[in-house]
Design a protein around this ligand. Structure first.
Ligand SMILES: *Cc1c(COP(=O)(O)O)cnc(C)c1O
Length: 409
């Protein structure tokens, strides 16, 4: 690059620079799909670029966020935890207070609005634990669109309350009965259904993963979390946080909050699930233990078996149980802009009870991973401030936790 190019690059905000027009974050991302899917993805990309510039669309999304979702969500200073751990000030971005109880609705409402704009009639997706399915069913009801959620039979049995919620919201839940009958098969089933009618349907991906434009689009819809957080944090404390911590499954809540601080001198920490241990199959810590490869239509760092197929993974948090990670996380880690940490199942459960008992907030087990890591480092960071993305509330997890861990005493 010529010096002038480098200077220009430096001046451009990160979010405008990445991804490039083909959906690449450095060497990660892109779109590795059959030709007919490539066409459908191109249509979505074109439509997204149109509406992202359109002031009516932006105004509509603002209105939805404020009056339907209840945004902005607050930032809360966890005064009891801060006192107990005796180090850094601990702050929570309360995505658990977003309508439906997690950050996922932020991108589902964006995807729903885009589908409406493109004249689609139906939203299709897969779901594992049912969180994405519930958020998408909510968006579909709001926009008057049909909704079809593919879900493995094993997950249907395990996550029955979410299946009930989706049905109450008017979605059609399609049981997937082949293979292991879990998330991977649900992805295949949903994709097949989508390919039968790409004209009238929109495949709504649930995180910053999949082929271009989804990693960019979902990040852009989630960035509201980081933009709000930056303004609120400065309003409350007069300065920026020193460290921002978020859990990473596919990576959407983390990219959301990181987006607000990516051009600032703020440390960004992505916390991966270490599950039961560091052997393949025991965890879902893709960035920590994975290698480069292509799956589900994009290039990233992933956990693969000997054949290069997605490996079996484990996390106590179903929302973090994914064998890869969004390409932007692979990139940001490769240039050392983010730091990666891991938290095991048991540590997340301790943090779950800690926040419940000390602050009166029951967190999602996913979010408890971020919290657990923050509590680990807080004592050493006297005079500093840590902001944690509390991605969701834990109501969905209470039966599971109590059955397996009692009341944590
Ligand atoms: C789905 C989910 C996650 C993980 O997904 P990301 O795309 O990594 O954010 C984290 N927290 C909650 C509450 C979730 O529902």
């Amino acid at each position: 690059m010529k010096t002038t190019d480098i200077e220009n690059t430096r001046k451009l905000p990160y979010l405008k620079q990445f991804p490039d027009e083909n959906g690449y974050f450095g060497k990660f991302g892109g779109s590795f799909v059959p030709e007919n899917v490539a066409e459908a993805m191109q249509d979505i990309t074109t439509a997204y670029h149109l509406i992202a510039q359109n002031s009516d669309f932006i105004a509509e999304l603002r209105k939805i966020r404020k009056h339907f979702q209840g945004r902005p969500t607050p930032i809360y200073f966890a005064h009891n935890l801060t006192k107990k751990y005796g180090g850094a000030g601990i702050y929570l971005k309360r995505e658990d207070l977003n309508h439906t109880g997690a950050h996922k609705l932020n991108h589902c409402m964006g995807e729903g609005l885009l589908a409406k704009f493109m004249g689609k009639k139906k939203l299709i997706a897969e779901t594992g634990a049912g969180q994405h399915g519930v958020a998408l069913a909510t968006a579909a009801a709001y926009f008057g669109l049909e909704c079809e959620i593919h879900m493995g039979e094993v997950d249907i049995a395990k996550e029955y309350p979410n299946v009930t919620r989706m049905k109450i919201l008017g979605a059609k839940v399609i049981p997937v009965s082949f293979g292991a009958k879990t998330l991977k098969e649900a992805v295949d089933s949903a994709f097949e259904a989508y390919l039968k009618d790409t004209k009238n349907t929109m495949y709504a991906i649930g995180s910053v993963v999949g082929p271009h434009p989804f990693p960019k689009m979902v990040r852009d819809f989630q960035a509201v979390v980081g933009f709000e957080a930056k303004e609120q944090f400065i309003e409350i404390t007069g300065e920026l946080p020193d460290t921002v911590v978020a859990s990473v499954g596919g990576g959407s809540n983390a990219m959301g909050i990181f987006s607000g601080f990516i051009d600032d001198a703020v440390e960004l920490i992505a916390v991966e699930p270490l599950g039961k241990g560091s052997k393949l199959g025991e965890h879902a810590a893709s960035l920590s233990y994975g290698s480069e490869g292509v799956m589900h239509g994009f290039r990233s760092i992933m956990l693969q078996d000997e054949k290069g197929e997605p490996a079996a993974v484990h996390s106590i948090a179903s929302g973090l149980d994914y064998p890869s990670v969004g390409p932007e996380h692979a990139y940001l880690h490769s240039i050392k802009r983010t730091k990666i940490a891991t938290i095991a199942d048991e540590e997340a459960i301790s943090a779950f009870f800690e926040l419940s008992r000390k602050e009166g907030i029951i967190p999602a087990i996913e979010s408890s991973h971020a919290l657990a890591y923050a509590l680990k480092i807080a004592p050493e960071l006297k005079g500093k401030k840590i902001l944690i993305n509390l991605s969701g509330r834990g109501d969905k997890d209470i039966d599971f936790v109590v059955q397996n861990y009692g009341y944590g005493d």
